[in-house]
Design a protein around this ligand. Structure first.
Ligand SMILES: [Zn+2]
Length: 495
């Protein structure tokens, strides 16, 4: 089963029916800019605990107490897939003394992670992996080949710092925490030419400042005139919009008003798409978790926000994430992660009339697929390409054909593995040449990109370097849009 199903679908009410705006319109000091200055970078590579679901049978101190150099033991059945705790390069060391079969992941900045007592290696030496890629199978049964000194099924995990000293991975993670959801980061933009070359990330200035700005979420849409429309949730939770014109010049950020008020809208997530008729469709998860929609007409005028009702109810839909695609026939398709973590889809007809939200089933089940992030993009053939970070963040793709029928969810593999990539955020763009491009924030917070050719075949994920470095860019939110010249515009909430 591809998609973890937690419970059957149940109609979901929004938490409140408050309007978007909160607080006064007064603007002073830094918050007047709304977009704060970048926070300091992390001290080391991003690592997560892939074994959080398994009991610790022997902790760090217990290891030291019995003369070990340190480690943490997680009990799990022999043969359990061992996900990489962070991006890096794999080295296998068979029969590594008391450690038995040992896999080492060499991360950025001189850090390493080691898993001991494996029953099986899966990847060749030198394989590059993203976080979440399965690097081997657990072992540890007493006396089994590869178990070393282990007396029972488990994996032993420790890290090694750049000085060569063993360190406690859970302590490392605690000292290098991933920012909680809703944390802002610096805004970046870059362009991928039709040839496939990238300009590299460049900072975007904030509202009413020439300094780099911060945002919590970003969205971008391509329009037929070659412009790109950028919408963001600023560090102040306000909704801002700006345009990158076809000649590469930018208008300044302007706040967009909330529903029934001249004060700026406030929200958590934003998505925007362009239509062939020159309009842009914006969907917003408001500060009240409700889904709102408005249209930027081709002449630049905005309609007012309206609420979108939920599945099987006339009350507004609540959502954790939102995505929208502009189809060649001027319809738009909206995808959300509901408050129940279910994935729902609806369509806005050219007339402006909406179909109702419908749950998308997981494969081989009548239950609603579950996920944490959604993306959708249109192709010239009228299809919609859907990518979700499903249960556990595992990346899956499916297509809604122009006929309205759906292909099954298929996993998208991570770097150097046939296992699904694990993503914290995902975006997809469709291009006039029939290709689609996917960018994700991996489990290690690095930014990865891949291309789906018109024939449906995929290139592998490649990490995108950060500004002024060859190491992967890191961030929390990504958005991608295709332009008529087959270039793509990428915006990133960085670290
Ligand atoms: Zn151990």
């Amino acid at each position: 089963m591809y998609l973890r199903v937690r419970r059957p679908y149940r109609a979901r009410m929004p938490v409140t029916r408050r309007t978007l705006i909160r607080g006064a319109a007064a603007v002073t000091g830094l918050s007047a800019g709304g977009l704060l200055l970048p926070a300091p970078a992390f001290a080391g590579p991003a690592i997560y605990n892939p074994f959080a679901g398994y009991p610790i049978t022997d902790g760090w101190q217990e290891h030291l107490a019995r003369g070990s150099l340190g480690g943490i033991d997680f009990a799990m059945p022999v043969g359990t897939g061992l996900p990489a705790c962070g991006a890096g390069t794999v080295t296998n060391t068979p029969f590594n003394g008391t450690g038995g079969h040992t896999v080492t992941i060499s991360h950025a900045e001189g850090y390493r992670s080691q898993y001991l007592h494996l029953s099986q290696f899966l990847l060749a030496n030198g394989t590059g992996v993203g976080a979440g890629a399965i690097v081997g199978l657990s072992g540890g049964a007493a006396g089994a080949p590869g178990s070393g000194s282990s007396t029972g099924p488990h994996v032993h995990w420790h890290m090694i710092n750049p000085a060569g000293v063993r360190i406690n991975p859970l302590e490392y993670i605690a000292n290098n925490p991933a920012p909680p959801a809703g944390t802002s980061g610096p805004m970046y933009h870059q362009l991928r030419a039709a040839s496939g070359s990238w300009t590299g990330f460049r900072p975007l200035n904030g509202f009413q400042t020439s300094l780099p700005g911060n945002a919590k979420d970003m969205a971008v849409a391509g329009l037929p005139d070659g412009s790109a429309q950028v919408a963001i949730i600023g560090a102040d939770d306000r909704l801002y919009h700006r345009v990158r014109q076809a000649n590469g010049t930018w208008t300044e950020f302007q706040p967009l008003n909330g529903m029934g008020t001249t004060s700026p809208a406030q929200g958590k997530r934003v998505a925007i798409c362009g239509l062939p008729n020159g309009s842009a469709q914006l969907v917003l998860v408001g500060a009240d978790d409700t889904v709102y929609h408005r249209v930027r007409q081709a002449n630049g005028a905005w309609t007012e926000f309206g609420r979108l009702n939920g599945f099987g109810t006339t009350t507004p839909a609540g959502a954790r994430d939102v995505a929208i695609s502009g189809q060649p026939d001027n319809t738009a398709q909206v995808l959300i992660v509901g408050m129940d973590n279910g994935i729902y889809h609806r369509l806005r007809q050219t007339s402006g009339v909406w179909t109702e939200f419908q749950p998308l089933n997981g494969n081989g089940t009548g239950a609603t697929a579950q996920g944490s992030a959604v993306a959708i993009a249109a192709l010239p053939d009228g299809s919609a390409q859907v990518v979700i970070a499903g249960g556990g963040g595992q990346l899956h793709h499916r297509v809604r054909l122009a006929s309205g029928s759906w292909t099954p969810f298929a996993p998208l593999n991570g770097v150097g593995t046939t296992s699904p990539a694990v993503a914290k955020d995902v975006t997809i763009a469709g291009l006039p040449n029939g290709t689609a491009q996917v960018v994700i924030v991996g489990a290690d917070d690095a930014i990865y990109h891949r291309v789906r050719a018109g024939n449906g075949s995929w290139t592998e994920f490649n990490s995108l370097p950060g500004q002024g470095t060859t190491t992967p860019a890191r961030g929390s939110r990504v958005a991608l849009a295709g332009l008529p010249d087959n270039s793509t515009q990428l915006v990133l909430v960085g670290r």
